[in-house]
Ligand binder design. Structure first.
Ligand SMILES: Nc1ncnc2c1ncn2[C@@H]1O[C@H](COP(=O)(O)OP(=O)(O)OP(=O)(O)O)[C@@H](O)[C@H]1O
Ligand SMILES: [Mg+2]
Length: 370
């Protein structure tokens, strides 16, 4: 087996921080991921579940982009599509300048070490019949031709990095607590010195007391190895803590994307407002007196999204235009993007000083470049 062209020899290692928050590492453009639905006796293609429907965003080197939204809105599918664990329906995903959507299977295999995933359920994602050393070392077996001794040295190094005792190397996953199992999953993801990691609800299956430990570990590792994260979670408080910018998804689309302070302190989209109003406050007075936005009805089916804005069936501020036309994603404040007709109206009325005709439709990337 050939030695990899990216892993440990060339990628930043322990103590080598390659963070550059002004450089794009991941560029996603017009990404669509539809799951075909087959029906009838002949199993004909009768429709699609539009799990991810035309999303565009960038992730900068060394930053954490949080992805939030209700269950079923397409967060995991988006994360998997970005790593090309699914074949894309449409669009492009460039990682370190290379469009992974068009890579041949062999080139994709060689690219894999630089992009990894940490899964939600450490219990389910670890093979119960493999020891910790063999789980962490599996990517090394797959992608390097290192000697046993060198692999073991790397396994110990990784166990140290994630705070696992080296003496546990020959134990099996069942002998560990949930938090320790997630540390094993993180060590495995780090084995080949990735630059980009998609963390899909990495703390959701853990006890609350352990969640903060794992999040702190992820932050320390990011600092140490110069990692870039896409952090998927429905826990808005945790996302506020760990993320630099946050994208809010609703029914396969990004409805708002902004730096964390702007999104939490002055959200634009009514859906973001509703999500944030459901987050419990630490201060009992604020908690009792704050206004909650309770959304009516269920999330529509992603195989039959509503006409116009996807959120129009539940939006407390819905207008007639919302049922007719899909709102474009625009940068309404510097760095804060939203897809909502409310602000289109403001623009047209001239209150923001920018009319619709003056301001061309923009993608999240174009606005960030500006
Ligand atoms: N393999 C699949 N085949 C068909 N439909 C799928 C598949 N995976 C996901 N879906 C559908 O795609 C939509 C988005 O699912 P996804 O798992 O990405 O949502 P999510 O935001 O991660 O939800 P959760 O918070 O519950 O994890 C859902 O309607 C789901 O039923
Ligand atoms: Mg999910």
């Amino acid at each position: 087996m050939n030695a990899p062209d990216t892993p440990t020899d060339t990628a930043p290692g322990i103590g080598q921080n390659a963070t550059d928050r002004s450089r794009k590492l991941v560029e996603v453009k017009n990404l669509k991921l539809y799951f075909p639905v087959y029906g009838g006796l002949l199993r004909r293609h009768v429709g699609d579940v539009k799990a991810v429907d035309d999303v565009s965003f960038d992730i900068y080197e060394g930053e954490t982009l949080g992805i939030v939204g209700e269950s079923g809105c397409g967060k995991s599918t988006c994360g998997r599509a970005v790593l090309r664990l699914y074949e894309l329906t449409e669009g492009s995903v460039r990682i370190a300048g290379e469009d992974i959507a068009t890579l041949s299977p062999e080139k994709l295999r060689r690219k894999r070490p630089s992009m990894q995933m940490v899964f939600q359920d450490p219990q389910a994602s670890l093979n119960p019949r493999m020891t910790v050393a063999s789980i962490i070392g599996e990517p090394l077996d797959e992608h390097t031709d290192w000697s046993r001794a060198r692999k073991l040295e790397r396994i110990y190094e990784l166990m140290d990095a994630v705070g696992l005792n080296r003496d546990y190397a020959n134990r099996y996953p069942h002998a560990f607590s949930g938090g320790q199992r997630q540390r094993i999953g993180i060590a495995r993801a780090l084995a080949l010195n990735p630059r980009f990691i998609v963390c899909d609800e990495p703390i959701a299956a853990l006890d609350v007391s352990i969640q903060a430990q794992v999040v702190n570990l992820l932050e320390e590792l990011q600092e140490q190895f110069g990692l870039t994260y896409m952090f998927i979670s429905h826990d808005l408080s945790m996302v506020r803590h760990i993320a630099d910018r946050v994208a809010v998804m609703y029914l396969g689309k990004i409805v708002e994307l902004a730096p964390v302070s702007m999104l939490y302190e002055s959200p634009l989209h009514p859906y973001t407002e509703a999500l944030l109003s459901a987050v419990p406050e630490a201060d009992p007075f604020t908690e009792t007196h704050k206004e909650r936005v309770v959304l009516k009805g269920d999330v529509p089916s992603p195989s039959n999204p509503p006409k116009g804005c996807n959120f129009c069936t539940r939006c407390p501020k819905v207008m007639e235009i919302c049922r007719q036309f899909e709102p474009p994603v625009r940068e309404h404040r510097p760095g804060q993007f939203a897809a909502c007709h409310l602000y289109e109206e403001t623009r047209t009325a001239g209150t923001s000083g920018v009319t619709r005709s003056e301001h061309n439709e923009t993608s999240v990337q174009q606005g960030e470049d500006a």
